[in-house]
Structures are given as C-alpha cells and as structure tokens.
Design a protein around this ligand. Structure first.
Ligand code: PEP
Length: 256
C-alpha cells in the first residue's frame, strides 16, 4: 500500500498560544482542502498551545492535525511538571514526538525511557513519532546505520506487529543536521531510512515495514524537501525551524 506523505512541524519551545492560533490560521488558509488528500500535515506545538489549536481545528473543521513534543511514561500521579498520554488524547493529539535528540541530550532520556514513552503513547491511541539519529562523531566513524537501527529496535521493544503497523511513525534525524542548516543529502538520508525499514521488516515482517512512515528531519526547507521525499524510503519530513514561518512551511508542504 502506498504510504501517505507526512509533514510534521516541530515548533520546539517557540510561539505562545496567540501566535500559535495566528500561524495555524495562516497555514489553513494557504493549503486548500484537496491538498490533504495527498499529504498529511501536522503541527507539534508546545503543550501550552495545544488547547487553542484543538479549538481552532474542531471549530473550523480543519484537516490539519496536531500533536505534542513529549509525554510522561505514566498515566497520572505525583509527577510534577509532566503531561500524560490520557491528557494529550483528550486534547485530540494525533502524534507525539518521542526520543528527540534534544530530549535525549538535555534531559538524559535513554532508550529505556524512550520505549516506555512509546508504549504510553500507543496505549492511549496517539502515534509516536520515534526519533533516531547519530552524532557527527558516529557518522564520521561509519556507525550511523547501526546506531539508528539499534535505537529503533530499543524504542519499539515489546510492541506487537499490529501496533507498529498501525501507529508508529519513525523519524531519522541525524543530530549534525538538526538546526544547523546542514541538510543530509538525499542519498545519505535514504541509506539510513532504507536500513530502518529493513530493520522493521526483519523484526515485524514486510507487510508491517511497508506501511510504516519513515520521515527525515534535519534542516529541511522548501528547497530540499522535494528531492528528499522523492526517495523510495522517505515518506515525509519532521521540520523544525522552517515550520515557524507560515510562508516557508506552506511552500515546503506544497513541494512535498
Ligand atoms: C527537529 O528539531 O526535529 C528539526 C528537524 O529541526 P530543524 O528542521 O530546525 O533542523
């Protein structure tokens, strides 16, 4: 089955809820309804913006989807500062980013915690966008393919094939490309995305691997997205900086 392209904008810690409303309105205004037959578009704002976006999307029956940048592995309880899967599900989140390199680096999130978060998302019907990717050091040593595949296997530990097939999105995000302006070449990105899909095939079968969307993320812009998504194993983009400007983001979506 053909995989539908997904462009997801990771806003990181940018835009308050009023700025979020303005940006979503501009995106919605610029992308005609028929566009969504070809491509899924999601915005992934900070937690504080999600309720406003939900209201806008529901009220105006927008086809745009949205999600969160993190979730707690726990459902509820004494976990000050955390936001749970049930809370995000109630807010209508379709996606949640798990294992982003910024969380791995600044919050010491390891493979075990990433796995717990992936399971928490799936339990509550939210698709985890599971991020994997190597540092420059690992790439220069030639370990990039192994690194991404090992992170992926660890992130999905304990999931059933059906859950992987129906809910998981994978994002290959080389750390050296994130926020640096240094986008991976289509050949470099495709090499790892293909290996990630083969890993899924080995573990869960080709029927599952053929359905799972594998995105590329790392300095994607409107000028580079076309040749990236033209690769056989790249099904869209996880976009940081370029998702914060309506004009650039909608242009990028249109080129995908
Ligand atoms: C990201 O943080 O997921 C990302 C891909 O950022 P950027 O597009 O800014 O490199």
């Amino acid at each position: 089955m053909a995989r539908k392209t997904l462009i997801a904008g990771n806003w990181k810690m940018n835009l308050n809820h009023l700025e979020a409303i303005a940006l979503v309105q501009k995106i919605a205004f610029s992308l005609p309804e028929k566009y969504y037959a070809k491509v899924d578009v999601a915005v992934i704002p900070p937690f504080t913006d999600i309720r406003s976006i939900q209201t806008l999307v529901d009220g105006d029956k927008l086809l745009l989807t949205y999600g969160a940048q993190d979730l707690s592995p726990h459902d509820s309880g004494a976990y000050t500062g955390e936001v749970s899967g049930p809370m995000l599900a109630k807010l209508g989140c379709t996606y949640v980013i798990v294992g982003h390199s910024e969380r791995r680096e600044y919050h010491n999130e390891g493979d075990e915690l990433v796995n717990k978060k992936v399971r928490a998302a799936i339990k509550h019907g939210i698709s985890p966008i599971v991020c994997v990717g190597e540092s420059l050091e690992v790439r220069e040593a030639g370990g990039h393919v192994d690194h991404g595949c090992t992170q992926l296997i660890a992130a999905l530990k304990g999931l059933k094939a059906e859950q992987v097939k129906e809910q998981v999105v994978v994002a290959y995000e080389p750390i050296w490309a994130i926020g640096t302006g240094r986008v991976a070449t289509p050949a470099d990105a495709e090499e790892v995305c293909k290996a990630l899909r083969e890993t899924l095939a080995d573990k869960y079968g080709t029927e599952v691997a053929d359905e799972v969307r594998v995105l590329y993320g790392g300095s994607v812009k409107s000028g580079s997205v076309g040749e990236l998504v033209a690769c056989e194993n790249i099904d869209g983009g996880l976009v940081g900086g370029a998702s914060l400007q309506a004009d650039e983001f909608t242009k990028l979506c249109a080129m995908a």
